[in-house]
Design a protein around this ligand. Sequence first.
Ligand SMILES: NC(=O)C1=CN([C@@H]2O[C@H](COP(=O)(O)OP(=O)(O)OC[C@H]3O[C@@H](n4cnc5c(N)ncnc54)[C@H](OP(=O)(O)O)[C@@H]3O)[C@@H](O)[C@H]2O)[C@@H](O)CC1
Ligand SMILES: Nc1ncnc2c1ncn2[C@@H]1O[C@H](COP(=O)(O)OP(=O)(O)O)[C@@H](O)[C@H]1O
Ligand SMILES: [K+]
Length: 494
Amino acid sequence: MPMDRDAFIITPAEMSAIDRDAALSGIDSFRLMTSAGMAVAAAALRFYPEALRFVILCGPGNNGGDGYVAAATLCRSGVPTGVYALGDPARLKGDAARAHAEWGRTAESLAQYRPKPGDVVIDALFGAGLSRPVPDEAAVVIRAIKHEDLPVIAVDLPSGVDGRSGQVLGESFHASHTVTFMARKPGHLLMPGRTLCGRLEIFDIGIPERILRIRTAGLCENGPHLWAGHARALDPSAHKFKRGHLAVFSGGPLATGAARLSAMAGLKAGAGLVTLASASAALNVNAAHLTAVMLKEVEDAGALALWLADKRVSAFVLGPGFGDMETARRYALMLSDRALVLDADGITAFKGDPASLFDAYAGGETRLVMTPHDGEFARLFPDIEADPSLSKVDRAIAAARRSHAVIVYKGADTVIASPDGRAAINTNAPPWLATAGSGDTLAGIIGAHLAQGMPAFEAAAAGVWRHGRAGAKAGEGLTAEDLAAAIEPLPAFS
Ligand SMILES: NC(=O)C1=CN([C@@H]2O[C@H](COP(=O)(O)OP(=O)(O)OC[C@H]3O[C@@H](n4cnc5c(N)ncnc54)[C@H](OP(=O)(O)O)[C@@H]3O)[C@@H](O)[C@H]2O)[C@@H](O)CC1
Ligand SMILES: Nc1ncnc2c1ncn2[C@@H]1O[C@H](COP(=O)(O)OP(=O)(O)O)[C@@H](O)[C@H]1O
Ligand SMILES: [K+]
């Protein structure tokens, strides 16, 4: 399925390259700015027809240029406006200088602005070009506007949000609406940027799609376009082994629930068979709870080695509730020529020696998927986690490259990354997925996809998306059991 235009995510650096490509192909950059500024003005009038005054705050770059175009458009439409500039407008360059000149009035200095009830703020201070914390002069005004609780329409990005990472640089607006151009930037989707944007509108200012596509290879929003090609409808002659056999390792007798959640999710997600592998101490408690999921006694590494002779067991989930770190390490290394989802304790088990895991899965097709939340990520990749220059996308890709694994870096803004540099940001997860056992369910869904023979990146991305969709379907107040029951068939999305 070709990537939907709406799934494009363009970093600020890529956007600059796109600007250059557009100029080289003869597109007039001032017309782009004019379209952008007019779109902002139109959005302002549409969202806030009751505004007593539109206050446009203009910065020193092209974001400010968009602001001057918006100000001129609003003036022409006859609504009251106030324009306040950060820095000396005489120092504006290029298109921004022209936009300021065409507006043709004199801006007051930003420090003069005193928020008043009835004002609607148009934030054109900084957009994609923000490269360091906002200056104090801007931070003071941002805080004053927040204090008055005025509505803010952000041009491209709320000033203070880093378009590359979604992180706040110093201080940031919390916009009620954001109007961006052509495509979203990572900062619109990564936390906390996503929540600071308010309602996001993407406006087409007229850069041709062919120019965008050249620069948007690696990163996109997660969705069926990424993996629907691997979600085939059921073959009418299929038998259960053809639909994949997933094995999930159980924890000890007092910690069996997590693995059972993974197993049930795997079955619901479409694996033909799911077997729970349990040491003898936990066999009875598992037996008392299982129906469609099968149970097999796997006492130790010797028993696992014998079982691995059965090549029909096509994928494994190891980690949920597992508990025994030494055995987790041994099993994960024994499984290195099979497809494995390593979650929870399975990840933590390698805290002291991640290289042994990474080396075992190096070479050949990617077959390991790891599903860390923040804490687990930091255990395996402390240096990557600690590097403040990296966005969540950068971190996930760096971890995937190092570990030869697909990384599902979980959270409200889960990032799925492949060792080959592809990455996707997931956006369909409702916040009530933050509930005990939700991650175990996700591991089971991904395991089912691997068992069916999906490549690891697609298996993981599809799993995260189905997990989010199941969460939305089950609704607020769900438990992990409800979540598994709400998983929808995969072909429904193709
Ligand atoms: N094709 C498109 O996408 C189109 C994009 N368009 C618009 O262009 C915007 C991007 O414009 P932009 O590159 O000029 O960056 P922008 O955000 O205005 O800021 C850069 C300026 O701020 C400065 N500066 C940075 N950080 C600072 C700080 N902390 N404190 C103080 N200064 C700081 C920086 O100076 P310097 O870093 O060089 O000191 C520079 O002067 C984009 O968001 C969109 O609105 C539209 O016009 C239509 C076409
Ligand atoms: N605020 C949130 N919004 C959306 N999804 C979330 C949020 N918080 C957590 N999640 C998702 O819920 C799951 C929680 O997984 P995890 O932390 O491993 O929980 P557990 O160990 O209890 O199963 C992950 O898929 C994560 O992406
Ligand atoms: K802005």
